[in-house]
Design a binder for this molecule. Structure first.
Ligand SMILES: NC(=O)c1ccc[n+]([C@@H]2O[C@H](COP(=O)([O-])OP(=O)(O)OC[C@H]3O[C@@H](n4cnc5c(N)ncnc54)[C@H](OP(=O)(O)O)[C@@H]3O)[C@@H](O)[C@H]2O)c1
Length: 276
């Protein structure tokens, strides 16, 4: 039997683009979503050329109800239920909360939390009726603890992880699995906004391709693994956080994330920032 449709949000760049190509290689026809339609078109052309799969691109802002409705509309037109949904689109703001733009903080919650619940609610009934399917939510190692100066972001990632843990329990016996993927630092455009601080050279990081490969390995593996740490730092920091407790972990994270110097806007060559 051929593979069923896979949905990947945030597929125009970074981890999402790598996941989409690997799912195409696995034989899934794709629905790919992000705001930048030109990048989705390029990805679709590559997936068709290299893997011969059907691809539908939806240029939509998932922080807005109209964008989510557009995606739901495309999913409703498919001839079969989604088999794999990778809800990956996300942004992360950095800074002292009182200095940040309140509208962007709320938009971050709409994208990282509301869109995830909305699209999960849309795809899960079909998966359950079909008796199989995998829901993958891109959380973060940041889900394990409070992170001062990324307070909203860490809270959204904790929401995603808790949401998946609950779903995993509810879905037992249905043939449908739910995974929260929790990477540590990944070398993508995600880190372009901040205080001029790129990822430190000595910090153990991962590539987007390595996170994507991890996701496909998790899908290929039998059994339920609701929370999956990805990369060396996540494998170390998540158990360490549990050991040290919330207060000490937050204090240590606050030392690292404390603002140093003026905020830096990305250069034209670095591309579009995460703020919409
Ligand atoms: N990079 C890391 O260190 C890291 C670590 C742990 C977890 N994560 C998580 O991994 C996920 C992907 O991040 P990444 O590192 O791959 O970042 P990225 O390279 O910046 O990719 C983010 C993706 O999300 C899409 N997106 C952003 N805002 C959107 C919106 N309003 N509507 C629809 N799509 C939107 C972007 O596309 P458009 O701009 O075209 O819309 C892009 O495709 C995020 O959920 C992030 O929290 C990242």
């Amino acid at each position: 039997m051929g593979r069923g449709w896979a949905l990947v949000t945030g597929a125009s760049a970074g981890i999402g683009a790598e996941v989409a190509l690997r799912l195409a290689r696995r034989g899934h026809p794709l629905v790919v979503v992000a705001r930048r339609g030109d990048r989705l078109a390029a990805l679709a052309a590559q997936a068709r050329r290299e893997h011969g799969v059907e691809v539908r691109g939806v240029a939509a802002d998932l922080s807005r109800e109209e964008g989510r409705a557009a995606v739901r509309g495309v999913l409703d037109q498919l001839r079969s239920p989604i088999e794999v949904a990778v809800l990956n689109a996300g942004i992360g703001t950095q800074g002292r909360f009182t200095d940040l733009d309140p509208a962007t903080e709320v938009r971050q919650i709409r994208l990282n939390c509301v869109a995830v619940v909305d699209l999960a609610a849309h795809v899960l009934p079909g998966m359950v009726a079909n008796g199989r399917g995998d829901l993958v939510v891109m959380s973060s190692a940041a889900a394990a603890q409070a992170i001062p100066f990324m307070s909203t972001y860490a809270a959204t990632k904790a929401f995603e992880m808790r949401f998946v843990r609950g779903l995993d329990h509810e879905l037992q016996g249905t043939g449908v699995r739910a995974f929260a993927i929790c990477p540590g630092p990944v070398r993508t455009a995600f880190h372009r906004l901040g205080w001029g601080k790129d990822l430190p050279r000595l910090m153990p990081t991962e590539s987007a391709g390595s996170v994507a490969a991890r996701i496909v390995r998790v899908l290929d593996r039998p059994g339920r693994h609701p929370v999956v740490a990805s990369g060396p730092l996540a494998a170390l920091s998540m158990p360490l956080t549990a050991l040290l407790g919330e207060a000490i972990s937050a204090w240590v994270a606050g030392l690292y994330h404390r603002p140093h110097g003026p905020r830096r806007e990305p250069t034209a060559a670095e591309g579009r920032p995460h703020r919409s």
